[in-house]
Design a binder for this molecule. Structure first.
Ligand code: MG
Length: 119
């Protein structure tokens, strides 16, 4: 069975690109436009192998999403890969226990390799 990936990204063009890219690699991809929608996806079906998430998003950002994710044992263990252009994001994420951090703009090859490695 294909591994399930949850993409949480507010930028339409980046999100659609990532969905196509990972579907092309054979993953079962679900996408959400902000952290709150991402949490709803997890609540609906927590069986994701990996979450690929942006930080700066309206409604609920990536930091808040991760905080909420860690509170729920049903999906707290799912690895989280953060993508961000924010200069000090890696430093700010130290206490968030994320699996990997990718600086935007991210090379597509790097995304494929990182998802393969941790999913
Ligand atoms: Mg964003």
């Amino acid at each position: 069975m294909a591994k399930r990936i949850l993409i949480v990204e507010d930028d339409n063009s980046i999100r659609e690109l990532l969905v196509e890219l990972l579907q092309g690699e054979g993953y079962d991809v679900t996408s959400a436009v902000n952290g709150l929608e991402g949490l709803k996806c997890l609540a609906h079906n927590p069986s994701f192998n990996l979450i690929l998430i942006d930080l700066m998003m309206p409604v609920m950002d990536g930091y808040t999403f991760r905080t909420e994710q860690m509170k729920n044992p049903k999906f707290s263990k799912i690895p989280v890969v953060v993508m961000s252009a924010e200069a000090n994001a890696k430093e700010k994420l130290k206490s968030y226990g994320i699996t990997a951090f990718l600086s935007k703009p991210v090379e597509l090859d790097t995304i494929i390799k990182t998802v393969e490695l941790y999913s």
